[in-house]
Design a protein around this ligand. Sequence first.
Ligand SMILES: [Zn+2]
Length: 164
Amino acid sequence: MLQSGGLVSDKIIIELIEDWLRLHGGHGFVFDGFPRTLPQAESLMSILARLRSALDLVIWLEVSEQTVRDRIAGRLQCGECGFTTSSSSAQFANRPICPYCDGPLERRNDDDLSVLQTRLQEFRTKTEPLASFFEKMSVLHRIDGNRDREAVFSDISRLIEDKR
Ligand SMILES: [Zn+2]
């Protein structure tokens, strides 16, 4: 399922999140890449309601299809430990060696591009509707994710600081 670019089932993800929130409490958490579907978002809201906790902030990173393609094309992955970086942020263009284990950094474009269409289709049908779901709750903030990582990080930091 994951290998073909599809998403893990809602049921499994929701159970994992609910277990985690029960264990750690519903205050002071950040989820990265969750929720990705409407059923996941609805379940999260009811779990938080049971824990008497509120959702302060949803950050929507807007990235164009071209940016996604460019980033995949520039992605390098360590053949030994799986560490992933980009050829633009890596300083070792002449000698692509993993900074953690000295393994070879390789491009994996073919694999990645073959699952991209599936991912984009899943995003459009399942994830995109979340924007209006969270917009109605007035917690959604859009950030332009096509810029370099420092600009994006600084915007995200400011949003979080404003919520403290
Ligand atoms: Zn490595």
